[in-house]
Design a protein around this ligand. Structure first.
Ligand code: ZN
Length: 488
């Protein structure tokens, strides 16, 4: 307690000095405050360079710098640089206006200033033209572009934006960057050798071929004078209908990129296969013909024909595969074999020439398999006068010509046995045939060997014919064909 009381006593003893000190201190503080107010100190920034700076896109931007000091009216600027921080960034790869903000903190306040940096693109892109060593322009394409690139320091690759304008002797390449700067470059073209190419036809320029199912173009080659193979550029126009006799023209053309053309022409003459002229037999003749077989009654029919040594004609179908061997037997026993139809389906075979031929030659192949030879004889399903084919107008007119051109002879009939729906009575069939044949010196009789009641009539017909001075013959290529006349 005593130790604490001692200083208090001393203060009381020197009482005047602290008062003077306090007055002096107050005065100093007052003066200092007044000086501070009069000085009005603040932060002053100094930018090196301009407040607004322009930089070309792609160039480097280096901040010219800035410093900040405090400044006042009374005491002027301090020499000490205040610590600064910079906000914002400049991307010189992109056009735009960027702001850099410099800030500092002094006397519990924030101070800042700005600099604007404008990144601009005033530089046009650069177009570079490529050249290919040894390149020569050709007649076909003229000058073929050797290549080019376009690059802009700001936009990057602009090759795909190049506009290429071909003029007579030069090509002008133009490209514009996003900022609107345009570059234009010209390429002066080398002299072009405009000697046209040559098309060489293989085979004869005028081909003469027999009417058949197929025509094969012997082909062609085309070269320009530089030795370039232009064969793939040849366009062939025109068509040969190989089964229809007539004059055809095939035109082979190469067209250059400028619209110039070189043409070669081939004439193709499709000539008809000759069919021998019809020879009418001198004596009274009956051609027995049997359609739609072979079938279960064909073998019995062949036995009867064999017994009387009568030769007939079979217009065969592919309906009954298990009797195909009867085609071979009939052939070997001296009968004539003709195509009737593989399918006998009117809607199918008369739908088009191609459909008819496919059906026809399917049957030809079966005949070949059974007999070892093809036949030139045939009978149209429904006869050449059929109207069932009228769903395809004109098909019979076209088919009769085409088949004749290819060397096939079609046979109709002038005596119908009536076995195709009219009657199924054997006696009636016999009467129909007798009556019919009595009207003609040469008769072509229609029967169907898939009808037992019709086959059963044959022996009596033969007996009657022989007794009445008729000769029975198989149809040959020069036989009377009893054409009905085409109705479609
Ligand atoms: Zn038939």
């Amino acid at each position: 307690m005593e130790a604490n009381e001692q200083p208090k006593k001393e203060k009381k003893r020197g009482g005047k000095l602290p008062v003077i000190l306090a007055v002096v201190l107050a005065w100093v503080v007052l003066m200092a405050s007044m000086a501070a107010i009069l000085d009005a100190r603040y932060v002053r920034f100094y930018l090196y360079g301009d407040e607004t700076v322009t930089v070309e896109c792609g160039d480097a931007f280096v901040d010219p710098g800035v410093y900040a000091v405090t400044a006042g009216r009374l005491f002027g600027e301090s020499e000490r640089h205040l610590p600064l921080s910079t906000l914002g960034e400049v991307d010189t790869s992109r056009v735009g206006s960027y702001v850099l903000r410099y800030t500092t903190r002094w006397a519990f306040s924030d101070y800042s200033t700005e600099r604007t940096v404008n990144v601009v693109d005033t530089t046009p892109p650069v177009i570079e033209l490529k050249t290919v060593e040894g390149y020569e322009p050709t007649w076909l394409t003229g000058y073929a572009e050797e290549g080019y690139t376009a690059y802009d320091i700001c936009d990057g690759d602009l090759t795909g934006h190049v506009q290429r304008t071909a003029e007579a002797d030069r090509i002008v390449y133009t490209v514009t960057d996003a900022a609107g700067n345009t570059a234009t470059v010209e390429r002066v073209l080398p002299k072009i050798n405009y000697q046209p190419p040559v098309i060489n036809l293989n085979g004869d320029q005028h081909m003469i071929v027999y009417a058949s199912l197929n025509f094969t173009d012997p082909g062609f080659e085309a070269h320009d004078l530089l030795g370039n193979d232009l064969t793939d550029h040849v366009v062939c126009e025109g068509e040969v209908v190989p089964y229809a006799a007539g004059e055809y023209q095939l035109t082979y053309t190469i067209t250059s990129d400028f619209g110039d053309t070189v043409t070669a022409v081939r004439e193709v003459t499709v000539v008809p296969v000759e069919i021998p002229d019809t020879i009418m037999p001198g004596e009274k003749t009956i051609y027995l013909t049997f359609d739609d077989g072979p079938g279960p009654y064909t073998a019995g029919l062949l036995d009867v024909l064999k017994a009387y040594n009568v030769k007939a004609t079979f217009f065969v179908t592919a309906a009954n595969e298990k009797y195909f061997d009867q085609i071979g037997r009939a052939f070997r026993e001296g009968h004539s074999i003709g195509v009737h139809s593989a399918t006998h389906n009117y809607n199918k075979i008369y739908a088009s020439e191609d459909a008819f031929f496919e059906d026809f030659f399917t049957m030809e192949d079966i005949i070949y398999d059974q007999t070892g030879s093809y036949t030139q004889l045939f009978r149209f399903p429904g006869g050449s006068s059929n109207t069932v084919s009228r769903f395809n107008p004109g098909i019979m007119s076209r088919l009769t010509k085409a088949m004749a051109d290819m060397g096939y002879q079609y046979y109709d009939w002038n005596v119908s046995s009536g076995d195709a729906g009219e009657t199924n009575k054997t006696n009636q069939i016999i009467e129909n045939v007798k009556d019919g044949c009595s009207n003609f010196k040469t008769s072509v009789v229609l029967q169907h060997d898939i009808k037992d009641y019709s086959v059963a009539a044959v022996e009596e017909i033969i007996r009657w014919g022989m007794a009445n001075g008729y000769t029975f013959r198989p149809l040959q290529l020069d036989s009377y064909a009893a054409h009905h006349g085409v109705n479609n």
